[in-house]
Design a protein around this ligand. Structure first.
Ligand SMILES: [Zn+2]
Length: 200
């Protein structure tokens, strides 16, 4: 297993990379309770991209874990979740934005995952039209039997990780969430580690 990249992503920062088929991406929640907003695309044709609704339908659950795929809108696996030591990730909450922070919390001009996504996507010639409903690793959004949902305290412990395997050449985009106005980061955003490896 050859390590291609091993990087700590500071809280509030973004990261993006193209992973050829078969490479793996390990995302480590170094201190626990840190939401990692995640988007992915077919690197060769980014109009094919992660589709939250289909991913949930195929998994038959909103809570993804090891064995589940992250599927594109063309019914194909972008990534497989190979390992998951946390067991709780969010598929329905989406990403934070300055606009939603102002609407929900009456605060202006906050840093956000949407702004991070836009900065990271720009390097690949992508923009606002390319942001779709995303996965939030290590974010806890429980849904009650009456349908009530909300962002709750994260369940990840320091060092929890997910390991993803690229099932095609994939563009992966991460925002290490800067949110301090709800519990998704324990009100204190912390660093994560990303490790890209090639098994060949
Ligand atoms: Zn965020």
């Amino acid at each position: 297993m050859k390590v291609i990249e091993d990087r700590v992503v500071a809280p509030g920062k973004a990261w993006a990379r193209v992973l050829p088929t078969g490479q793996t991406l390990r995302i480590v929640d170094l201190e626990g309770r840190q939401a990692v907003d995640f988007l992915c695309y077919n690197a060769a044709d980014p109009e094919e991209r992660y589709n939250a609704a289909d991913t949930m339908k195929y998994a038959k659950t909103i809570f993804l874990t090891a064995g589940h795929g992250l599927y594109s809108d063309m019914g194909r696996r972008l990534f497989t979740i190979v390992e998951d030591t946390c067991g709780r990730h969010d598929t329905i909450g989406g990403c934070c934005s300055a606009e939603s922070n102002e609407f929900r919390y009456d605060v202006k001009d906050t840093p956000s995952c949407r702004a991070n996504f836009l900065r990271a996507l720009a390097a690949f010639g992508l923009g606002k039209k390319d942001i779709v409903a995303n996965v939030n690793f290590f974010m806890n959004v429980p849904v009650a039997t009456d349908g009530a949902m909300g962002i709750a305290d994260g369940l990840s412990k320091p060092g929890d990780h997910v390991l993803l395997r690229a099932e095609m050449d994939v563009l992966a985009v991460i925002s290490n969430c800067p949110q301090i106005h709800n519990p998704c980061n324990g009100f204190t955003p912390t660093p994560i580690r990303v490790v890209v490896s090639d098994p060949r």
